[in-house]
Every structure is written in C-alpha cells, then in structure tokens.
Design a protein around this ligand. Structure first.
Ligand SMILES: Nc1ncnc2c1ncn2[C@@H]1O[C@H](COP(=O)(O)OP(=O)(O)OP(=O)(O)O)[C@@H](O)[C@H]1O
Ligand SMILES: [Mg+2]
Length: 290
C-alpha cells in the first residue's frame, strides 16, 4: 500500500487535512473577484491550500492560473510566463486568440502553438530583455480583457509573491496593482512565505496597502492531525497510541511539513518491521533517524 503521508509536495485533496474554513473562504473570495493576500512561514501549507481552492473553482467553470513568481530569473521572463499561463487557462487557442486584440496589437508577441499538444507559448519582443516595464501594464491587463471578451471568470494565484520586488521594487507593485484593481471579475491570491516582506508590501504608502483581505495561515490543530494519522494507520490495521501521537506532534512542533515527514517515516518503519502497534519508542526511533 502506498504511503499516505506526503511531504515536500502539494497535498492532494484525499490527503488534505483540516483547513476547511480557510478553503471555503478562499474559494468564495476568489469567485467574488477579491484580491486576497495569504501569508505564513514556510511549509505551513499555502501552496497546497491554494491548489485545492483553484481545483474547486475549476469545477465551477472558473478559469484558473497558478504562477510561482520565484521561478523566474527576471521580469521579462516572468511576464512571458504570466501571459502564457493566463492564455492557456482561458481555453483552446483558436477561441482565445479572438479575445486578446489589444494585447496582440500593443505587445506584438510571438505566439507559437505546438500542434501536437495544442499548447501555446509566448515570447515577448526582444526589446523586453532590456526593459520589460512598458509591456508590463499590457500583460497584467490581459486577464481582464480575456474574461470580458470571453464571458468567463478567472482566478489567478501569484505564489512566492514577495519575490516580485526583485523585479523592480514598488514600481512593479504599482503597475500590477493598477491593472489588478480594474479587474472586478478576476480573483487574485498573492501568497508569500516571507510574512515580514509581505507585511511590508501591505503597509501604508505601498501600492498594495488595503488592496484586499490578508489571511494569516495558522498551524493545523492537533486533533485534526491525530484523526488523520490514526485513520491512515487503521486502514492498514495498525494502531498508533495516544502518547505516540503526542510525541510525534511535539517533535514536529505542529509544522505541517514536519508532521507529514515524521508520519511518513513511521509508516515505512511499521511496514518494514510489520508492527501492529506503534508507541513512544517507535516514534523516537524514527525521529532519531530523520
Ligand atoms: N492541509 C494539509 N494537509 C496535509 N498536509 C499538509 C497540509 N498543508 C501542508 N501540508 C504538509 O506541508 C507540506 C508543505 O506544504 P506547502 O508546500 O503547501 O506549504 P507552503 O506554505 O506553500 O510552503 P513554502 O512556503 O515552502 O512554499 C506539504 O508537502 C505537506 O506535507
Ligand atoms: Mg509554497
């Protein structure tokens, strides 16, 4: 049987623990076209929460795009990928191309389509390499143009949003904020794993001040973790004692990544040693080897 404890990856729905309220609120806000700021320390579960929210929105026929800001080396590359993801999420190129007249006229991108996959890729003009900023407003305006002309709603996530500052500081924030606030029909979630940098971006005098609700993701409560872990082991006819669970939670300091990682190792240990009951010594053994 597959190890049900996943760490270092986006958690799928069937292994997603708790956060029901947060999920419900995020889905609602994005569907309403709000601009939400999601903050927490690293490995608390922002990306997993957002992924699941976007999945739920897709089921409601809302187009979604998820872009990790920190994956791009420079502003021009980020803008290209942003445009690409948004275009792809909107639908098949044959239909989408009719909806982005202004973007094509002003930006004059090179758009290529892979006939096998039907996927489009975009490159912005050469000029963007030296200074991307004149293009930025056009690129950030595109989701609004698409949604209006195509008659649909959209939700966009910019993950690791604090990194946007590396592309040019408040000037970049300013362009984005100006375009985003005109897009009533588009929900945005800006999530950041450096709460201090994100808070700075939201402080007064900065472009994103009071642009939308800020959500601070807390740790997942002990009880929810215990239920989840117990149930997984039970499906394999194994029992984890209450004290063992307490030890595990304490060692992981309730940090979601660490809880999952420890539980993952405990699962592997139980499989290998074929233990029907897992108690404190077994948890300690596993923790020692992490
Ligand atoms: N709701 C959840 N249910 C179960 N496990 C979770 C949940 N949220 C987070 N985790 C665990 O924490 C790990 C990290 O989650 P995720 O990558 O979503 O966090 P993050 O806040 O985006 O982290 P980073 O700041 O490093 O990008 C996951 O791989 C998983 O092990
Ligand atoms: Mg993340």
């Amino acid at each position: 049987m597959e190890n049900p404890f996943v760490f270092g990856e986006i958690v799928e729905q069937r292994h997603f623990v708790d956060r029901e309220k947060e999920l419900q609120n995020l889905v609602r806000d994005l569907a309403d076209g709000q601009k939400v700021f999601l903050l927490s320390p690293r490995r608390f579960g922002k990306s997993s929460l957002v992924s699941l929210a976007l999945l739920k929105l897709q089921k409601r026929h809302i187009r979604t795009a998820n872009i990790t800001v920190s994956s791009y080396a420079n502003y021009a590359q980020f803008l290209e990928k942003f445009a690409e993801r948004v275009l792809r999420s909107a639908g098949p190129w044959d239909r989408v191309k009719g909806w982005i007249g202004r973007f094509i006229q002003r930006v004059q991108p090179t758009i290529t389509m892979n006939p096998a996959s039907g996927e489009t890729s975009i490159s912005l003009s050469r000029a963007a390499d030296s200074d991307a900023s004149p293009l930025a407003a056009e690129v950030f305006a595109m989701p609004g143009e698409l949604a209006r002309n195509g008659g649909f709603r959209m939700a966009i996530c910019l993950d690791e949003f604090q990194q946007i500052d590396l592309f040019g500081g408040p000037a970049v924030e300013n362009v984005l904020r100006n375009e985003v606030q005109r897009q009533r029909e588009i929900g945005y979630v800006f999530s950041g794993s450096q709460p201090s940098l994100m808070e700075e971006m939201l402080s007064s005098g900065r472009p994103f001040h009071k642009a939308g609700p800020a959500v601070f993701l807390e740790k997942i409560p002990v009880a929810a973790w215990k239920d989840f872990i117990r149930a997984q082991f039970k499906s394999r006819r194994r029992k984890v004692t209450e004290q063992a669970l307490d030890r595990l939670m304490k060692a992981a300091d309730l940090i979601p990544y660490d809880v999952q990682r420890t539980a993952h190792e405990l699962w592997d240990y139980a499989e290998l040693a074929d233990r029907a009951e897992l108690d404190i010594p077994e948890v300690d053994l596993v923790i020692d080897e992490l």
